[in-house]
Design a protein around this ligand. Structure first.
Ligand code: PLP
Length: 337
């Protein structure tokens, strides 16, 4: 099973956009302070492509497909401070593709930090065309308008779903898990758990499948930061099933992953105290930057699991650092206080 899946993966069109492998780094000072299991960071925040992050891996497969189909431009979606949008803009700049970003006001903020700094500033710098709309209905209308206009003028545009989470994007994290499995083996880790943030759930789906293909034997704990666990869990299940079908492998054993929305707090893009404390702790012990929307909340969840004694203290835990640090600037005021 694993051989067929690996062959399928190797046969897919892919364009290299990142720096691989990303480091797997122990958090020794943090552990001295906390006790508990050894925590390792899978540094996908160092993946390259305009400040890095998890989208680099997905975009390698998505844009590999776009180029194979002869596309000359990309349209994608996100919230105003979307990291996916920023990384797509960077990839398009590198590949000479046009980039239209349809950004929704999913987070109730209209201050200058949120609307002009962080990822939005970088999107503009990277040469993307920004279309700011109220909600997802307006976003899909805008997509249809841009796509039809492109067709009318002989363009071939490639649409990428929010977060790049379809069965092509998920392959990025199947590949990422295989990379992680090699590092776990060569560093001699006794891995019990992988913790990762989820919004559109493509990253988590790829990790679940890749962990199964590589026989990582770890529990994947998914921290919801966008929707409640019921919604994220359903997305995750369907992405795992669709990608497993493409890979020709069995659907991963559902007992190997679990989904929690304890980290979400009041909602997407609304910082939590636990997330903020996690950001400050990792910054001051390890010199590593998390973000208030995704990784801060997910790392706070990991700290909570440790505090509750839910993780085996004798074994290793990997936190997949999915990036997002430009978001720190959009949330400047919470750190200034
Ligand atoms: C920094 C960061 N971490 C995690 C995620 C979640 O990834 P996914 O949408 O694949 O669940 C995102 C998605 O936008 C992100 O930007």
């Amino acid at each position: 099973m694993s051989e067929a899946a690996r062959n399928f993966l190797a046969a897919q069109p892919r364009v290299i956009l990142g720096h691989w492998p990303t480091p797997l780094q122990p958090c020794d000072r943090l552990r001295e302070q906390l006790g508990g299991p050894r925590i390792w960071l899978k540094r996908d925040d160092c993946s390259g492509l305009a400040i890095g992050g998890n989208k680099t891996r997905k975009l390698e497969f998505l844009l590999g497909k776009a180029l194979a189909e002869g596309c000359d431009g990309v349209i994608t979606f996100g919230a105003l401070q979307s990291n996916h949008a920023r990384q797509t803009a960077a990839a398009c700049a590198k590949l000479g593709l046009s980039c239209d970003l349809i950004l929704t006001r999913a987070v109730p903020r209209s201050d200058e930090f949120y609307t002009g700094s962080g990822n939005v500033l970088l999107d503009r710098l990277l040469g993307a065309h920004l279309h700011i709309v109220e909600d997802s209905d307006a976003a899909f209308e805008k997509f249809a308008e841009l796509y039809e206009a492109g067709q009318g003028s002989g363009r071939q545009l490639f649409g990428i779903v929010p977060g790049g989470s379809d069965s092509t994007g998920v392959l990025g994290y199947v590949q990422g898990s295989l990379e992680l499995a090699e590092q776990v083996e060569s560093a001699g880790l006794d891995l019990s758990t992988i913790v990762v943030a989820a919004s559109t759930a493509g990253t988590a789906a790829g990790i679940v499948l890749g962990a199964e293909i590589a026989n990582l034997n770890a529990q994947v704990r998914v921290a919801c930061v966008y929707e409640p666990a019921s919604v994220t869990g359903a997305e995750l299940d369907s992405l795992v099933a669709a990608t497993a079908a493409d890979l020709g492998c069995a659907i991963a054993d559902p007992s190997t992953w679990s989904v929690s929305d304890a980290p979400l707090g009041e909602g997407y893009g609304i910082p939590t105290q636990a997330g903020q404390a996690a950001i400050e702790l990792l910054a001051t012990t390890e010199g590593v930057l998390l973000d208030p929307v995704y990784t801060g909340k997910a790392f706070g969840y990991l700290l909570d699991l440790i505090a509750q004694g839910q993780l085996d203290e004798q074994r290793d835990v990997v936190f997949v650092h999915t990036g997002g640090s430009p978001g720190l600037f959009a949330y400047g005021p919470i750190f200034a206080e």
